[in-house]
Design a protein around this ligand. Structure first.
Ligand code: NAD
Length: 407
């Protein structure tokens, strides 16, 4: 199997061929600008010193300071971090925010660390990379298993080392620490703006549009709630234990049932479905909002949805993507559909840099036109080149990055 970075480069090649990308720019985009590898010694509670390995890939900053999360996971690798930083470059350029692509990670299982060890690890990482970050250089954020508290320790350590305040050095902070209103629901809200544009293109009326959502965490849960408020008909939803389906799903009852029992299944008046069955339901829009590689070559032929909106990162494999394109099923790619999150992170950075604090209404009033414009630009690019929306998003993003690089 290809590694993540090889996959990312295959996507770059595909877009480069279609748009006839200048070969010098192509050569630059085949590499990350800089990859830091650091070792982080941490005094554990036992008194023993353990040394962790961390990375930061700064892929490209033509659009603005490098931007991307820091992941704490045992599977973190240099190739994964490089690939994720490339995809961040694409995502930021797709929605046209003034940020480049970056990503970081530490090889660690954070669940095995005490709170004190976690704090020392987070501060230790910043002690090793602080010269290379800053609000005008590289702006990290949370990712898998990193939290607003961890962002708080990192901001504090950075400011101690540089000797001045720089709240915009990191985003995803808690609100009293300079975080943005609306960040919690931003990814889902951005996805809803995308669904509304997609529905217009497909001639779907919200009240007659059946939606199935896989996952009900930060993204899937809020997405289902907001779509429901917008009048869409949510007919299925799931968590890690499985899902439920009903033509008359009462979402309030679903959330109450999950709260009470820890699962959505076995709710009266609904039918239990597995996570695999949820993907194969006869709906208008399918929203995978949990894990990667959910729609693949072995189940793609069973997908009945008229369109897919990728809220998780990478839920449709490249083989399945190709088959869906042949079947004329639009797949709104992750780099567009879930870019509301990074866009509001960019707003957090902007507020910090100007010493402002916007209301949630102000945040979403700025987010909506950006998501709508990005969606329509990707749609037009798809029509122009007759390619899948993912390829179109890559073409549009690389056009923007290339134009800046050329100047
Ligand atoms: P989360 O941890 O809040 O929720 C994940 C959800 O997936 C939970 O409801 C969980 O029960 C469910 N789940 C776990 N295993 C599952 C399985 N096998 N089948 C079905 N569901 C399963 O995570 P999140 O923040 O909602 O992120 C979901 C996806 O969205 C991830 O791919 C993430 O990378 C992506 N994403 C999140 C954000 C963000 O702002 N949170 C931004 C961009 C992309």
């Amino acid at each position: 199997m290809n590694n993540a970075f090889e996959n990312a480069m295959t996507q770059l090649d595909q877009a480069a061929n279609i748009m006839n990308l200048n070969k010098d720019i192509y050569a630059v985009l085949k590499q990350s600008d800089r990859v830091l590898i650091v070792s982080i010694p941490v005094k554990m509670d036992s008194g023993e010193v353990k040394v962790f390995t961390g990375y930061r890939s700064q892929y490209n900053n033509a659009m603005g300071p490098y931007k991307g999360g820091i992941r704490y996971h045992w599977n973190v690798s240099i190739d994964e971090v490089k690939a994720l930083s490339f995809w961040m470059m694409i995502k930021c350029a797709t929605v046209n925010i003034p940020m480049g692509g970056g990503k970081g990670g530490i090889i660690v299982n954070p669940k095995e660390l005490s709170i004190g060890e976690l704090e020392r690890l987070s501060r230790g990482y910043i002690q090793k990379i602080w010269r290379e970050i800053g609000s005008d250089k590289d702006v990290p954020a949370p990712d898998v298993y990193t939290t607003p508290q961890i962002m708080g320790w990192m901001r504090d350590e950075y400011e101690k080392l540089v000797g001045h305040s720089d709240p915009g050095v990191i985003t995803g902070k808690a609100i009293p620490n300079g975080g943005s209103e609306g960040r919690e629901t931003a990814t889902a809200q951005g996805g809803v703006y995308v669904v509304k544009e997609l529905a217009k293109k497909l001639g779907l009326n919200p009240s007659e549009t059946k939606v199935a959502v896989q996952g009900m965490g930060n993204v899937g849960g809020f997405m289902a709630k907001i779509l429901h408020e917008e009048g869409y008909d949510i007919v299925a939803i799931s968590d890690s234990k499985g899902g439920i389906y009903s033509e008359n799903l009462d979402l309030n009852a679903v959330f109450a049932h999950k709260e009470a029992t820890g699962s959505v299944q076995n709710l009266e008046g609904t039918k239990n479905v597995t996570n695999e069955e949820l993907l194969e339901l006869p709906v208008d829009i399918l929203v995978p909002a949990a894990l990667e590689n959910q729609i693949h070559k072995d189940n793609v032929d069973k997908i009945l949805a008229k369109a897919i909106v990728e809220m998780a990162n990478g839920p449709v494999t490249p083989e399945a993507d190709e088959i869906l394109k042949q079947k004329n099923v639009p797949v709104v790619p992750d780099v567009l559909a879930n870019a509301g999150g990074v866009t509001v992170s960019c707003f957090e950075w902007e507020q910090n840099n100007k010493n402002e604090h916007w209301t949630e209404a102000e945040v979403f009033a700025k987010l909506e036109p950006m998501m709508v414009q990005a969606f329509n630009e990707v749609w037009e690019t798809k029509e122009k080149y007759n390619v899948a929306m993912r390829v179109a998003a890559f073409v549009k993003a690389i056009e923007r990055v290339a134009a800046k690089m050329k100047i």
